[in-house]
Design a protein around this ligand. Structure first.
Ligand SMILES: NC(=O)c1ccc[n+]([C@@H]2O[C@H](COP(=O)([O-])OP(=O)(O)OC[C@H]3O[C@@H](n4cnc5c(N)ncnc54)[C@H](O)[C@@H]3O)[C@@H](O)[C@H]2O)c1
Length: 334
C-alpha cells in the first residue's frame, strides 16, 4: 500500500489531513508534529513520499537520511524552497513540489483590512476607548474612496487587493515589470515606480524579494512619496529598509505602516514571547506605535489557505509517488 508521511503537522492542519486521507483510502497516511531533521527523518521509514512545511533547513544530512530510507519524493505545503540544499537534492535524485498559490484572497484581504484600519486610525481609537476616553477628536478617519492606492506587483495577490480596494471606492493605479493584458487594457498601469510614489496615498507591495526589489522602500523612495502616505507590506520583509520607515514615521512623513512581514522575522514571529525577554527592540517599538499594525506573518493564515496547502501538497505527493506529473513541480537546480 502506498504510504505518505507528513512532518510538522499543526493542530489546525489535522482536519484537512484527515479529510484528504478519508478521500484516499488506498493511501496509508501517517504524520507527526515533529520537524524534519536528520534525527526525525527515520520516522518516515517505509513511506513512499513525505509532505513537509518548515522554516528549518533541509540540510544535506537530512536529505541523505531520507534517501537512505528510499524516500526522494518531497512535497512542501508552502511556496519557498530556499531552505532546501538543492545541490544534494539533485545529486540524490529528489523530486520536489510546492504550493505556489493557495489563497491569494487570504493575503489580499488582510492587506485591505489593515489598510482600512490604518486610514480609520482604529488602533489609536481602540486604545482611547479602552482607557475610558470616548471623545471623537483628534482620531478622525480618512475614507478609502478618497485615496489613490498604488499597487506594486499585480500578480495573484496584488490583483485581488486591487479589486477589494476598488470595492471600497479607491482610485487604483499599478506598477509591474510584467503587464497583465486585462489590467493594461483597463488602464491601471503607470510607467514607473516614481509615478506610484508621487501619486499614491497608499503604497502596497506585492512583489517577491529579488535583487532589484530588496530594500526598494528606503530613505530615497520614501522621500518621493506624498506626505501622510500609508505603506503596506504584507509581501516580504526584505523589500523594506525598516530603519528608513521608522525615520519616516518619526518625521510624520508616513501616516501609517502595515507590516505583516519583517526583515528580521525568522525566529521571532510565531513564537510566544510572554514572560521572556523580547528579542528585538525595534520590532517592540513598532508594535507599540498607534499608527503601525504589526502582524506576525499571519496574512496567509486562514482556514481556506491552510486547507489548500495541505490538500494540494498531498495531491502533489501522490502524483509523484504514482509516477504522474504533479500540478506544481519545483526545479531541483542548485
Ligand atoms: N504575508 C503572507 O502571508 C504572504 C503569503 C503568500 C505570499 N506572500 C508574498 O506576496 C508576494 C506576492 O505573491 P503573489 O502570489 O501575488 O506572487 P505573483 O508571482 O503572482 O506576483 C508577483 C508579481 O510581482 C511582479 N514583479 C516581479 N518583480 C518585480 C519588480 N522588480 N517590479 C515590479 N513588479 C515585479 C511579477 O511580474 C508578478 O506580477 C510574494 O512576495 C510572496 O512572498 C506573502
Amino acid at each position: 500500500m502506498t504510504k505518505i508521511y507528513a512532518y510538522s503537522i499543526r493542530k489546525d492542519e489535522e482536519p484537512y489531513l484527515k479529510e484528504w486521507a478519508a478521500a484516499h483510502p488506498e493511501v496509508d497516511v501517517d504524520y507527526t508534529s515533529d520537524l524534519l531533521t536528520p534525527e526525525t527523518a527515520k520516522q518516515a521509514a517505509g513511506a513512499d513520499g513525505v509532505v513537509v512545511y518548515q522554516q528549518l533547513d533541509y540540510t544535506p544530512e537530512t536529505l541523505r537520511v531520507l534517501a537512505d530510507e528510499g524516500i526522494t519524493k518531497v512535497s512542501l505545503r508552502n511556496v519557498g524552497v530556499d531552505n532546501i540544499d538543492m545541490a544534494t537534492a539533485k545529486k540524490l535524485g529528489f523530486e520536489i513540489t510546492n504550493v505556489p498559490v493557495y489563497s491569494p484572497n487570504a493575503i489580499a484581504e488582510h492587506a485591505a483590512i489593515q489598510t482600512a484600519r490604518i486610514l480609520r486610525q482604529t488602533k489609536a481609537l481602540d486604545r482611547k476607548i479602552a482607557s475610558g476616553d470616548l471623545r471623537w477628536a483628534p482620531t478622525i478617519g480618512r475614507e478609502v474612496r478618497d485615496q489613490t492606492v498604488g499597487v506594486i506587483g499585480t500578480g495573484h495577490i496584488g490583483q485581488v487587493y486591487m479589486q477589494i480596494m476598488e470595492g471600497f471606492g479607491a482610485k487604483v493605479i499599478a506598477y509591474d515589470v510584467f503587464h497583465d493584458p486585462k489590467l493594461e487594457a483597463a488602464g491601471y498601469y503607470v510607467d514607473s515606480l516614481d509615478d506610484i510614489y508621487a501619486q499614491s496615498d497608499v503604497v502596497s507591495l506585492h512583489v517577491p524579494a529579488l535583487k532589484n526589489t530588496i530594500k526598494m522602500i528606503n530613505d530615497s523612495t520614501l522621500a518621493k512619496m506624498k506626505d501622510d502616505a500609508v505603506l503596506v507590506n504584507v509581501s516580504r520583509g526584505a523589500l523594506v529598509d525598516t530603519d528608513a520607515v521608522v525615520r519616516a514615521l518619526d518625521s510624520g512623513k508616513l501616516f501609517g505602516f502595515v507590516m505583516d512581514t519583517y526583515e528580521d522575522e525568522v525566529g521571532v514571529f510565531n513564537v510566544d514571547w510572554r514572560g521572556k525577554d523580547f528579542p528585538d527592540a525595534r520590532l517592540k517599538d513598532l508594535i507599540d506605535r498607534p499608527n503601525v499594525l504589526v502582524t506576525p506573518h499571519t496574512a496567509f493564515y486562514t482556514t481556506h489557505a491552510v486547507r489548500n496547502m495541505v490538500v494540494k501538497a498531498f495531491d502533489n505527493n501522490l502524483a509523484l509517488v504514482n509516477g504522474e506529473a504533479p500540478a506544481t513541480p519545483v526545479k531541483v537546480e542548485p
